[in-house]
Write a protein that binds this ligand. Structure first.
Ligand SMILES: NC(=O)c1ccc[n+]([C@@H]2O[C@H](COP(=O)([O-])OP(=O)(O)OC[C@H]3O[C@@H](n4cnc5c(N)ncnc54)[C@H](OP(=O)(O)O)[C@@H]3O)[C@@H](O)[C@H]2O)c1
Length: 379
């Protein structure tokens, strides 16, 4: 008997995670059907994807003239919230950058859909709201980001008796650059990630360790573990994706080659495990030595800044996300140097007025204002 296909809406289908999600869909045509695809400006690639996967819904920016070739394939334009909550969708995949996935994620949860979550900003900005909403609606948030996905895999089948989460990170592209040379690195230097191929924003966030701070915040909300019980460790080989220590001192680690298609497949198929010959297998003798080291607060000032701000709650984490997004954008555009990213975030946050117990619109507004303040300060 043919299994019922899981029907997907993919926000950010033209990016690094989006295209790899479609690689998994392509490998399992009997398992998944693409109902909606959304991008921003990569219209040529979106059109190719619409031609290949025949979704009924799409979203992108551009004029009607630019969208003509997509519309001519019988695909209907649709707002992101409507796509996310559409009755034909079983699972939403959030693979956009920035704050754009937050409202559609809430819409999907309220409509009873499971969410495969790559967009960490959603949980960083509004972790308490989004996880509370999912609990009330009985829907699952399936972590697709490799480190939260690793923790999730380690915790499967366990009672929640966790002592400590240990999140690994490669240390990013500038891990070995002398600290006194960091002020002079170029965007091209910061984008040369040693182990992962990702979009520009997250690659710079890896170099500042903001990405690791975001994962700590994600883990705090997705797994309900107290802040003080989440640690990070530098692991240059990116083979151990994270570890969980249980109350008795036993530690489980999730391992695999650094390839995002592994956690993507794990989340899309949940709770099943399926063989996929296209995915790389771990070969320990060839991998060689695995090393772990403490992180250096002097090299990565963004990490402690981010955690301290996120622990304040309210709209502070949203402001952090907005300030970071603008600071990375300014660095990539050549308006500020690499070591000024932390300074610019701090400057933007100095102008933030907190809204305790915020709504989603409060959260989005806080991110937008922090972004605007950071841009204004850098230009
Ligand atoms: N890449 C990774 O390996 C990785 C790993 C873990 C987590 N993540 C997280 O996953 C998310 C995506 O990362 P990425 O590296 O895949 O980013 P990316 O390569 O830059 O792709 C971003 C995607 O989002 C789309 N997009 C941006 N703004 C949009 C908007 N307003 N409306 C609709 N679509 C929009 C882009 O469309 P256009 O192409 O048209 O601009 C593109 O499809 C981020 O939150 C990141 O932190 C990524």
């Amino acid at each position: 008997m043919t299994p019922t296909k899981k029907r997907l809406a993919i926000l950010g289908s033209t990016g690094s995670i989006g295209t790899q999600t479609l690689d998994i869909v392509r490998a399992f045509p009997d398992e998944f059907r693409v109902v909606g695809l959304a991008a921003r400006r990569s219209l040529a690639l979106l059109e190719e994807q619409v031609r290949e996967f025949s979704p009924s819904l799409f979203s992108c920016e551009g004029t009607s003239h630019e969208k003509e070739s997509i519309l001519s394939q019988g695909c209907r334009e649709c707002a992101l919230d409507d796509m996310a909550s559409h009755p034909d969708v079983d699972m939403l995949v959030t693979a956009t950058t920035g704050d754009v996935a937050l409202a559609p994620t809430c819409a999907a949860i309220e409509a009873g859909k499971d969410v495969a979550l790559a967009n960490k900003e959603t949980v960083v900005m509004a972790g308490e709201i989004v996880t509370g909403l999912a609990a009330r609606h009985g829907t699952a948030i399936l972590p697709l980001d490799s480190e939260p996905n690793a923790i999730w895999q380690c915790m499967r089948g366990e009672a929640p008796e966790v002592n400590r989460l240990i999140i690994t990170g490669s240390g990013g592209a500038l891990r070995d650059t002398p600290i006194d040379r960091l002020a002079d690195v170029t965007p091209a230097d910061a984008l040369k990630h040693p182990t992962w191929r990702m979009g520009a924003k997250i690659t710079v966030d890896s170099a500042t360790l903001m990405n690791k701070a975001f994962e700590v915040i994600e883990a705090r909300w997705l797994f309900g573990v107290p802040w003080d019980d989440i640690e990070i460790v530098i692991h240059p080989q990116s083979v151990v994706h994270s570890l969980v220590e249980f109350l008795d001192g036993s530690v489980k680690a999730q391992m695999g080659q650094p390839d995002m298609r592994l956690p993507i497949q794990c989340a899309l198929f949940h709770p099943r495990r399926v063989r996929n010959g296209n995915l790389p297998k771990l070969d320990l003798p060839r991998t060689g030595t695995l090393t772990f080291a403490e992180w250096d607060p002097e090299r990565y000032p963004c990490f402690n800044l981010a955690i301290e701000v996120a622990r304040r709650g309210g709209t502070w984490p949203a402001a952090l996300c907005g300030a970071d997004e603008a600071a990375v954008e300014m660095f990539l555009a050549g308006n500020i140097g690499f070591t000024e990213i932390a300074d610019l975030i701090q400057e933007s946050l100095a102008g933030h007025s907190d809204v305790p117990d915020p709504s989603i619109p409060d959260t989005i507004a806080a991110a937008k204002s922090a972004m605007a303040r950071a841009r204004a300060a850098a230009l």
